[in-house]
Design a protein around this ligand. Sequence first.
Ligand code: ZN
Length: 344
Amino acid sequence: MQLPREVIVGNGTIEYAAEISRRLGFAKSALIVAGSKTFDIAGKTVKELLEKDGLEVNTFLVESATVKDVEAVEEKIRALKPQAVFGVGGGTKIDVAKLSSARQEIPFISVPTAASHDGIVSPLSSVKGLGKPYSVMAQAPIAIIADTNIIMQAPWRFAVSGCSDIIAKFTAVKDWKLAHEEKGEYIGGYAASLALMSATLVMKNANLIKPKNEEGLRVLLEALISCGVSMSIAGSSRPCSGSEHLFSHALDMIKPNCALHGEQCGVGTIMMAYLHRANWRRIRDTLKMIGAPTTARELNVENEDVVKALEMAATMRPERYTILNELNLTREACKRLAKTTEVI
Ligand SMILES: [Zn+2]
């Protein structure tokens, strides 16, 4: 079990970057991995703070999250031998920083500039070119510095997407329990409860999730962190990624870059909750309330794309047993599911 040692969430927490670095024993050198925009938003500040504290700081800018980007950062790490890597960004930059530092066996500190999915705190990375549509094990961040003042400045849509990725744990945990009952798969009760608690917390506090409401953002960040910890405890994404994520991965293949990861998972959760005979209407209504997409149109895809994604979902990760394997839906049944839940 790999868990973060320092987690600070709040207004202006970026100011603690140097102090945390020193406390963790990184007083000599660091490498900052960021995008050009996120470097301006937060990377620069981290760099200045660390340099003021006497660290030698290098920066590496990436604009995408491919295997090539990861390898480029790895090369930089081998050349510079920094004590730690700071990943500063909304998702892709953190994914690259996390995987490259893990492969080079040096610690990683996460400095999210947006809260659009749980990858900002999880031990997994989603990188293109690995031949897998889903995320792979990397390492847990040794520290997380989540400055609400910075995250609040990101487009509101990102936070809504983050909430949808949390609500998705509702069906992810149901799928995990099903795999345990049907296939005897190992289930960690504590990890499952932690993920489920995050989903419940966001659902309960949905009224706080609105632009410029710091309290709502804190609920979201704490939920994201709990989900990251649940994956660290489970040693896989199992507690946080089930059939609703498989639907999102399939949609990524059919129509890439139409909607955000969390938005797609949210719509998937509505349909998978129906299959699990759970209260899918409550999930849909909560998503609607926070302003998240609940239909194909709102995801910017055609009705046919949703049906196709439902058909394909179970093949995305054959080893991950979910309600989709249990029911083995026909094309007609997929269509009916999307229609009944008013996604199409
Ligand atoms: Zn997710």
